[in-house]
Design a binder for this molecule. Sequence first.
Ligand code: ZN
Length: 708
Amino acid sequence: MTKRYTVTAALPYANGPLHIGHLAGAYLSSDIYVRYLRLMGKDVIYICGSDEHGAAITIRAKKDGVKPKEIVDRYNAQIKQTFEDLGVSFDIYHRTSEPIHHETAQEFFTNLLKKGEFTQKTNEQYYDESQNQFLADRYIKGTCPKCSYDAAYGDQCENCGSALSPTELINPVSTLSGNTPVLKETTHWYLSLDKHADWLGEWINTGQLDGKQHHDPKEWKNHVLGQCRSWVGDLQPRAMTRDLEWGVDVPQDIPGSEGKKLYVWLDAPIGYISATKQWALDNNKDWEPYWKDKDSKLVHFIGKDNIVFHCIIFPAILKAAGGYVLPDNVPANQFMNLEGDKISTSRNWAVWGHEYLEDCKDSIVNHVDVLRYVLIKNMPELKDSEFTWGNFQELNNTDLVGKFANFINRVLVLTNKYYEGVVPDFDASLSIAGSEEEGSTSSYQEELNRLHHRLEELGKLVEAYDFRGGLKALIEIASMGNQFLQFNEPWKLVKTDPETVKVVMNLALQIVGALSVVSQPFLPFISAKLRDLLNLSALENGDLEHLLDDLKAGKAVLPKGSSINKPEHLFTRIPDDVIQQQIDKLEASKVQKVSYEPLKDEITFDDFTKLDLRTGTILEAEKMPKAKKLLKLKVDLGFEQRTVVSGIAEFYKAEEVIGKQVVLLANLAPRKLRGVMSEGMILMAENAQGELVFVSPQDGFGNGFTVR
Ligand SMILES: [Zn+2]
């Protein structure tokens, strides 16, 4: 018997914003699952947080010229906000930079060392001489020996999912410098994965653990099992430490620990445990049952690139540490593509969560739940999938507007029209047309049973991690409702048989009431809005379980005599131009191939010294009338003030530039522009797209000084 659920979602690297591929991978799936479990009254904890170690962070920091801490602080805050705004309902969103995590990860390391799980080995590893750094993991790239993908990392090929070590890469290069690395000796701790091969093999293949059935491997996805099976046959010792400056220290009391950090894939999954500890501290609970009681069901939601770490390495660590439960399932998703191409952060080919949310505020793309709907509908559960804006529009207009919202709206409109918004009393012995087949006869009770059955079926799909199936079942309930109205035609019948119409409308209201509950895991914001329209209180844990019990007992969701509010549109049609804007934005965001201007003819130093460049501050700025590109500026040079007409209005608003420090070409002959005498020129840099930015001295540098 499952007493409690421990549900984790992959820790995102805090090195960039979230895109739709992340959301459709580990996050919406886990959120649906957890929201459903909560509605079924289960004891569940939902864990996530930022992974703030690893090469992805330090490489980004190096690129931006800042400290890793700055990168993780920035993106942790942004990612956390994006999740919240998209309704992803973690119980805790933690950070692996927190002291409680460092302590927990170090305890694991010390414990495993004491148990003899590590062997210390000295061998040659790739080293970048120009950067004085050993190259492991993402610091080194090369061709995958398994699939020939030419950008495989030192720890893993993201194309075929194989776990690699840097020495296996063909033609390795340093990702820090692009140089070919040299080999140099270093000493590390290796987890003896080979020692665990037997039980891991049995556990993966048969679901047996310590002579007992642990889980049913048939419930695992084929692509997950396939990857696992290809690894368990060939398990090698794996280094669990690195020569790095950023990460969790190897505990200082261990000889040889100096300069060594824990491998990020040792520390990151332990992050789930340290996050649970923090949650327990914050909520006055005990963390241990969630990780150590055999009646706790542990489920890891991840993308397919993390399968080896969650199905092989972390289970080996948990088992070796002793006393921990192992995952009951790891329902990894595959990847989502975008408009026919792989989502790529480096090529900026992505739909970003925070940008979508911005567009929602201006109601450009309608509603947060539309994105959730489209991503769930196309969730890459079993194979790679595709997001297109055309499909986004179509699903919104047909499914959400045409089926879901249409049914609800019809019921609310008719209830307000016929009964002034009061749920009608009715005679349950009257027969009505059945919802499933045209021309069939049914009864109120029979239709309630049908609703009950459909809700149960939906639940089974969610429990089996078939979230696309669950979503389909949700829309089918609305379609069934629409069909039910169509077959009964209350708008005609109301003139001849108002008593039967009461049965029909009461039942339709019960379906709408049920939708307000069962839509919540998928469309939480719309569910809340619908509950408001129905005058129902906010959902609480156990409400779906109660609803199922009530329906089974023939009890209504919305009692007769209760009143509902005036209808409001839950979703609205998205017109073509809005979709075109999104497509244009996507195309424009592609990093364009830069064409550089050719160099000008050589000049002498004397030529250069003829230019009198001075620092100045913009005191005033106003738009020039009838000139789209021009701003009229007053620039303070300290010893005098100049009027300058500058062609920057497409890139800067007048109020933005006031107070800016600039560099002015001060001895340029004055000339009249649109009737204003311009006394100098402000230096700007221009990129390949023709965008302009100021070339500015540091703020507060002062005015009137020369630039040379
Ligand atoms: Zn590969």
